[in-house]
Design a protein around this ligand. Structure first.
Ligand SMILES: *[C@@H]1O[C@H](CO)[C@@H](O)[C@H](O)[C@H]1NC(C)=O
Ligand SMILES: *[C@@H]1O[C@H](CO)[C@@H](O)[C@H](O)[C@H]1NC(C)=O
Ligand SMILES: *[C@@H]1O[C@H](CO)[C@@H](O)[C@H](O)[C@H]1NC(C)=O
Length: 294
């Protein structure tokens, strides 16, 4: 009786798949990047500055129309500034720390580690943690913006770039080989050497939330494939069965009657009408084979 249930299987598959539909639509309508997180950008772009230097932090994120406020956090504590830009006019040691911001409709941003230094020479980087493919910019910067030359950049103690005048360098496409501790040295009145700065470059495996977007498609795909295979199998089985019963009516009267009854019964969409009709169908072929022999 498997063949009779093929349409039932179809509707079963639909019933399984239908509850997924709202979920699917929800996922289709949500963009891939996390849209609810605020983001801090720095102007100038360096997370390391000398004391007394200026830096502006800007908070970008979703807001209500007409609202331009932002909440700022330093080392986890809310600070009084509520403007979208946080100005540091002359950085002091106590301006160092972990900054986060949040707009009215956003989640808190990723932290930015700002550090105010006191030294002769400073290697400035545009960030401390990168994902493969992101650009990394660095600058060999002297106290009071004094002019330096014969600049050498080092990664893990090994010189990798020399420039007579240019104290800035960009790696447009970072990969994990750019992970490490960087420093620089440069000539002013003397040769100065900066402290080391640690830069992390992470591999670009899709983060977990990407899988949450992909997984439902995968599940629906597998269900669909499974359903299709099942339907094809059932159809094949049904055809095979039908072929077998059609081969049988070769012989005498009563057998013929039974077979044509079965055929009629199939013709009516396979709905068993009389009592025992199902049993008849189930047991009919073996019986027929027995009576077939003269
Ligand atoms: C840092 O200290 C100065 C006083 O020395 C104070 O005026 C300023 O508000 C402090 N800044 C922060 C971010 O705590
Ligand atoms: C924030 O924490 C850093 C150390 O992580 C510290 O140097 C800095 O002074 C702290 N800033 C404030 C305002 O507490
Ligand atoms: C990383 O990038 C550099 C160029 O900046 C390239 O020479 C190197 O082969 C890359 N390494 C890997 C592991 O892709």
């Amino acid at each position: 009786m498997k063949h009779r249930s093929s349409s039932a299987v179809f509707s079963n598959i639909l019933q399984i798949r239908l509850p997924l539909l709202p979920w699917l639509l929800l996922i289709l309508s949500s963009p891939q990047a996390d849209p609810t997180k605020a983001m801090i950008t720095l102007q100038p772009p360096w997370v390391d500055v000398f004391q007394e230097e200026a830096v502006t932090l800007q908070c970008e994120g979703p807001r209500q129309p007409g609202d331009s406020s932002a909440q700022w956090f330093l080392n986890g504590t809310a600070i009084r500034t509520l403007t979208p830009r946080y100005y540091i006019i002359g950085a002091q040691a106590n301006d160092s720390g972990e900054y986060r911001c949040q707009t009215e409709l956003s989640a808190p941003s990723e932290p930015v580690q700002l550090q105010a230094h006191r030294d002769w020479l400073l290697l400035q980087v545009s960030g401390r943690v990168f994902t493969e493919g992101e650009p990394l910019t660095m600058r060999c910067h002297a106290w009071k913006n004094k002019i330096v030359h014969k600049v050498i950049f080092y990664q893990n103690g090994k010189a990798f770039k020399y420039s007579f005048q240019d104290s800035e360098l960009t790696i447009p496409n970072t990969n994990v080989s750019h992970d490490g501790i960087y420093h620089c040295s440069a000539m002013g009145r003397y040769r100065y050497t900066s402290a080391g700065v640690s830069v992390t470059v992470q591999g670009s495996q899709p983060p977990l939330h990407v899988w949450f977007h992909v997984l439902p498609f995968l599940v629906v795909g597998i269900l669909f494939l499974f359903g299709t295979i099942l339907c094809l199998k059932l159809r094949k089985e049904w055809k095979r069965k039908q072929g077998r019963t059609l081969e049988i009516p070769l012989s005498s009267g009563p057998v013929k009657n039974i077979t044509s009854y079965l055929q009629n019964y199939r013709h009516f969409g396979g709905r068993a009408e009389g009592p025992g009709a199902e049993e008849l169908e189930e047991r009919a072929p073996p019986k027929l084979q027995e009576t077939e022999l003269p």
